[in-house]
Design a binder for this molecule. Structure first.
Ligand code: HEM
Ligand SMILES: *[C@@H]1O[C@H](CO)[C@@H](O)[C@H](O)[C@H]1NC(C)=O
Ligand SMILES: *[C@@H]1O[C@H](CO)[C@@H](O)[C@H](O)[C@H]1NC(C)=O
Length: 330
């Protein structure tokens, strides 16, 4: 890869960051709780630390939960609401594989916040999820960044609102771009945020077709490294236990780094939607730049996840400060 190409890309990416329309969010701010709960950041950080020590799933589970929350009804913690009838957001098919430890992280952190007298009834579950997400990224070796705060919690969570609004593992590049664009996120945001797949696991069913039945033939997806495909066939035999999960980034599944992009360069993206980022001239250039320069990846990721955190936020009396993250206030 040429240096000129990288330089050119750097300028493109940086200019995108500067001219982005929602560069400053009107409502959210980093010091939103300065007077009402000045220690909220350390309270949440300690709760997340404790939870990570209990189980490593905490990191990927929390990061994915934030993404799913923001894409459905905005970042309003609606994904955490439970329903007696099993018809809440979390009961939708695309959310069934959300690991319970992500929910538990937010619930525990909220309990820790509520225990501090001055913070009682002040901090939203949506903000706690945004903070916990930053914390798991930092605790996994990723970039630190200031989190914008001031979200209110939603009061509506329906199973029906999910279908068709989350990206699927079989999506091609165009489908991914369109879905992210519908939330005001750019191609560069899409590529940077997909870097979250540097952490965590996927069930075999999400990529069985790629290794056994590509375009409904008995063949392997040609964009997949053939030796890697054989390895995946061994890890995911045809009648595999549906609970078996494979690292999304086989080199370092619990480290937040740019190895995800290096995998894509080698045809080792696990999901079709991962490898799809390496199929157009423009997106390939971005992937190459992130694979080459981890600092660049981290910078662009921080800007992208900040923008993700602004999607559909509720402020003022559009929402509430939930007392228990699992149920709306009565
Ligand atoms: C670009 C479109 C995306 C698609 C198609 C997609 C799809 C998936 C799928 C199918 C899984 C495996 C689920 C399972 O079998 O249990 C997964 C896991 C995961 N996703 Fe995504 N995802 C996308 C973007 C994102 C974004 C933007 C984030 C966060 C910013 C994210 C974070 C994660 C994490 C951390 C995991 C691992 C979860 C765990 O180990 O519990 N994904 N994703
Ligand atoms: C491959 O996929 C097609 C279409 O989804 C399906 O009809 C067929 O049974 C599959 N074949 C195998 C071997 O899984
Ligand atoms: C990597 O990216 C950072 C952040 O944009 C930049 O300052 C640095 O010069 C880049 N390093 C190389 C080797 O290109």
């Amino acid at each position: 890869m040429e240096t000129t190409c990288i330089l050119f890309l750097l300028i493109t990416v940086l200019s995108l960051l500067i001219i982005s329309p929602n560069h400053c969010s009107a409502q959210l701010k980093r010091d939103y709780y300065r007077n009402s709960c000045p220690n909220v950041e350390s309270i949440v950080r300690n709760a997340v630390k404790k939870k990570i020590q209990e189980t490593f799933v905490t990191g990927p589970a929390t990061l994915r939960l934030f993404f799913h929350d923001c894409f459905i009804q905005g970042c309003d913690a609606s994904v955490i609401l439970a329903s007696r009838n099993g018809d809440a957001e979390k009961d939708a098919e695309d959310d069934l594989s959300l690991a319970g430890d992500g929910f538990d992280t937010v619930i525990k952190a909220k309990e820790a916040v509520e225990k501090v007298a001055e913070c009682k009834n002040k901090v939203s579950c949506a903000d706690i999820l945004a903070l916990a997400t930053r914390d798991v990224i930092v605790l996994s070796g990723g970039p630190n960044y200031g989190v914008e705060l001031g979200r209110k919690d939603g009061r509506i969570s329906t199973k029906a609102s999910v279908g068709g609004h989350l990206p699927l593992a079989r999506f091609n590049y165009k489908q991914l771009v369109n879905m992210f664009a519908s939330h005001g996120l750019s191609q560069v945001d899409l590529i940077a945020l997909s870097g979250a797949h540097t952490m965590g696991f996927s069930h075999c069913s999400q990529f069985t077709k790629r290794i056994y039945n590509y375009s409904n033939q008995k063949s392997i997806d040609p964009t997949l490294d053939q030796a890697f495909a054989k390895q995946l066939q061994q890890e995911c035999p045809r009648n595999v236990d549906p609970r078996v999960a494979i690292p999304l980034d086989h080199t370092s599944p619990l480290r937040f780094d740019n190895s995800y992009y290096k995998n894509l360069q080698q045809g080792k993206g696990l999901l079709a939607s991962d490898q799809a980022l390496y199929t157009t001239r423009k997106s390939k250039r971005v992937v190459n730049a992130f694979a080459f320069n981890n600092t660049l990846f981290e910078r662009v990721f921080v800007s992208a996840i900040t923008r993700l955190g602004r999607v559909g936020v509720k402020t003022g009396n559009q929402g509430e400060i939930r007392l228990d993250c699992r149920v709306v206030n009565s």
